[in-house]
Write a protein that binds this ligand. Structure first.
Ligand SMILES: C[S@@+](CC[C@H](N)C(=O)[O-])C[C@H]1O[C@@H](n2cnc3c(N)ncnc32)[C@H](O)[C@@H]1O
Length: 302
């Protein structure tokens, strides 16, 4: 029998082999072949490999169907396919792939989030933070986890040079038991149940002196350590309706005209309780949140 070595195989063949293994569920060998193909691949193929490595990052019952969808969509000529968790686009522009700075910073911090291929979500957050530059007031994030989204935006936009402050609030102990929404507790525990510390997150932001990481439970902590009287950007990402509605009660009136409120989970089917509660909260004030295909919800204050 002839010994076969992958050293002599080109990138395209390695990707075909890896794709086959992924469909069969042999994730680890598939990932090893994708990595072996990367240095030999054209920029276009590298992009497709990075998307595949993102899809293969989390091994669960979504992986093989998601990969099959990717594979099928790529059969459309010039489809420019992108696939992440709960979002597939094709025949759409992918501006972040033309922005090496975006890709480098996103890649540097990718391990801080349990989900990969988060580019569309980061693109929305980056837009919202950039808007805040010209709007009076400071920036606020409620629900920080390991700091992924804020770190990405702050580094990309060189927030350290802005004459503003950004206050980040989290229990750093997960969602309080009495705030867990029915139906989503297991997903939240699995995705965000990692052990990490407040101090670790504080250190991660130490190079950005105008960012303050604050440990405490929302809404109580917002009274103890106020984020200020004027807010230009409010990122709400606490994965539960109780805390997010309580935060709106405290902070909505402080958001400046032109300021953006970005909900991270508003349009995920898994976060039904949040969307229903927030839709009703805004409707009572004659307002609406725009549900985005990324799963985020966007509101610009009048
Ligand atoms: C999805 S994670 C946040 C992800 C983060 N925005 C990012 O970009 O990486 C949700 C976070 O909300 C926090 N959280 C949930 N309820 C909270 C509450 N009542 N007060 C403070 N933090 C809370 C959890 O501890 C968890 O770290």
């Amino acid at each position: 029998m002839t010994d076969i070595s992958i050293a002599g195989l080109g990138a395209a063949k390695l990707v075909v082999m890896a794709d086959g293994l992924l469909k069969l569920g042999d994730i680890e060998t598939a990932k090893a072949l994708y990595r072996a193909a990367l240095p030999k691949a054209s920029p276009q193929l590298q992009r497709r490999i990075h998307i595949r490595l993102g899809v293969a990052h989390k091994v669960d019952n979504r992986l093989v169907p998601t990969f099959k969808a990717l594979d099928d969509l790529e059969a459309i000529p010039n489809a420019n396919v992108f696939i992440g968790d709960g979002l597939a686009t094709w025949l759409k522009a992918l501006p972040f792939f033309e922005d090496q700075r975006f890709l480098d910073i996103a890649q540097r911090h990718a391990d801080l989030l349990p989900i990969r291929n988060w580019h569309w979500n980061l693109q929305t957050a980056l837009w919202a933070v950039a808007q805040a530059r010209k709007v009076p007031g400071d920036l606020v994030e409620l629900g920080v986890f390991k700091g992924h989204t804020t770190l990405f935006c702050a580094e990309y936009l060189d927030f350290a040079a802005w004459p503003k402050r950004w206050r980040l609030y989290d229990t750093f102990e997960g969602i309080p038991e009495d705030q867990l929404d029915a139906g989503w507790s297991d997903v939240n525990r699995r995705l965000y149940g990692d052990t990490f510390t407040f101090e670790e997150v504080r250190q991660r932001f130490a190079h950005i002196p105008n960012i303050e990481v604050i440990k405490g439970r929302v809404p109580e902590i917002l009274h103890e350590r106020s984020p200020g009287d004027a807010i230009s950007f409010l990122h709400i990402d606490m994965n539960n309706a109780t805390a997010e509605i309580a935060a709106l009660d405290v902070l909505f009136d402080r958001v400046s005209p032109g300021g953006v409120i970005l909900f991270d989970d508003f349009a995920w089917s898994t976060a039904d309780a949040q969307r229903r509660a927030e839709t009703a909260w805004f409707a009572a004030r004659g307002e609406q949140v725009l549900p985005l295909p990324t799963g985020q919800g966007l509101y610009v204050k009048r």
